[in-house]
Design a protein around this ligand. Structure first.
Ligand SMILES: *[C@@H]1O[C@H](CO)[C@@H](O)[C@H](O)[C@H]1NC(C)=O
Ligand SMILES: *[C@@H]1O[C@H](CO)[C@@H](O)[C@H](O)[C@H]1NC(C)=O
Ligand SMILES: *[C@@H]1O[C@H](CO)[C@@H](O)[C@H](O)[C@H]1NC(C)=O
Length: 365
């Protein structure tokens, strides 16, 4: 009993004095999709809307291979850790000693072969799935470390970002006519299983700090609100989001948090964080003025081809003649799917210092 009280006191004391030190990391390695890609997709498909201004205009003043007007969460994390922006792996001439980014716009958690077997295709559905990205990591490893010990040492001092993955799988499946219920009952478990396998694969190689982000509330995305618009007001929640489509993210994120809890038990020495996009996005939409998102229509994209949500499935941000809004930092959504740099900045801070990564990235354990 005394011992338990002591432990509780120590835990409480530790918590009370928890300080945010800046951990020192060798490198950042990242797997994922457009929420993390820093240039791979543009190397695979040089002529695509994301490769054009106004993408990149706010921070980089030129196209920077990112599906955003400026920096992504991964960029803010790199800056907070005093590391360079994480170079895209497919840019073969880069120095990867401080990290490599394997994320690719439109990448999926499930393999391309799965989509081919199900007759699902899209010009942007490439062979860049999570497993392919892990293969690239394996290919890169000999340049970074040569022995099991040196690799464990190197990766043990690196930050690994695994995701978000799954959002594109669900978009492609819904686009191919699968129902929300089918997505939740059949495909969410498949996606989560792939993410879990990838996490275990990396943790077994000595990774000591891994962050696993969940997915967006896609029922709020201008693209989804436009493509799946409903005449029935009851299909919308008080924020104006499509309730049904948000349940996919909720299901995915709940299952991913279960996986993170299991991984923490399997790898007790490692620091493994679930990182939440879903909740902060709903907060931006619920109280936009608090965050400076003052454009008056928080569900409207800053850059797009018009319509109630400024999203048009035929002409995209980055296409000729499509202009961005005047003040992107007053918008939550940059384009039909992606957030503005301002929104990513708030999310990055909430992952670095809390409350939306558990544990926060900068919290010394
Ligand atoms: C995707 O690429 C991997 C190698 O990275 C290869 O093994 C696989 O067969 C490819 N899949 C398809 C469907 O082309
Ligand atoms: C895919 O298309 C082929 C050819 O049209 C058909 O034979 C096959 O049954 C389809 N597979 C699925 C899973 O729909
Ligand atoms: C690993 O070994 C290869 C071949 O001997 C060498 O080219 C490479 O520089 C080594 N990498 C490291 C990180 O020591």
């Amino acid at each position: 009993m005394r011992r338990l009280v002591m432990i509780i006191l120590i835990l409480f004391f530790n918590h009370a004095i928890a300080t945010f030190t800046t951990p020192t990391y060798n490198a950042i390695f990242s797997f994922g999709n457009s929420l993390a890609d820093t240039g791979n997709f543009d190397i695979l498909i040089p002529s695509n809307p994301f490769a054009n201004l106004p993408y990149g205009q706010t921070y980089f003043r030129q196209n920077a291979g990112r599906a955003c007007n400026g920096r992504l969460v991964i960029d803010f994390i790199a800056q907070a850790l005093s590391l360079p922006f994480v170079p895209p792996y497919l840019a073969k001439d880069e120095d990867f000693s401080k990290g490599a980014n394997f994320a690719v716009i439109a990448a999926t958690a499930l393999d391309l072969a799965f989509y081919q077997q199900n007759n699902i295709s899209s010009p942007i559905l490439l062979n860049t799935s999570l497993n392919v990205q892990l293969g690239w990591f394996q290919d890169l490893k000999p340049l970074l470390c040569n022995t099991t010990e040196s690799c464990e040492d190197y990766f043990g001092k690196s930050l690994f970002l695994l995701g978000e993955l799954g959002g594109n799988d669900y978009s492609f499946l819904l686009g191919a006519g699968k129902t929300v219920d089918q997505v939740k009952s059949t495909y969410v478990p498949m996606v989560i299983s792939n993410i879990r396998q990838a996490a275990e694969f990396l943790l077994k190689q000595g990774v000591m700090h891994m962050v696993l982000p969940g997915i967006f509330p896609d029922g709020c995305a201008p693209r989804v609100l436009t493509s799946y618009a409903s005449p029935n007001k009851l299909d919308y929640d008080p924020l104006g989001c499509l309730r049904k489509y948000n349940t996919i993210g909720f299901e995915h994120d709940t299952k991913l948090q279960d996986v993170v809890a299991q991984l923490k038990l399997m790898f007790p020495q490692a620091k493994i964080s679930y990182a939440d996009y879903y909740t902060p996005i709903l907060q931006f939409l619920a109280t936009p003025d608090v965050y400076g998102f003052t454009n008056g229509a928080p569900l409207r994209a800053c850059c797009g081809g018009g319509g109630p949500y400024n999203y048009n499935g035929n002409v995209f941000c980055g296409d000729p003649g499509i202009m961005a809004c005047q003040n992107p930092s007053t918008y939550v959504y940059w384009d039909g799917n992606h957030l503005t740099e301002a929104a990513y900045n708030f999310i990055a801070t909430s992952w670095l210092k809390g409350p939306y990564a558990d544990p926060p990235i900068l919290l010394a354990l």
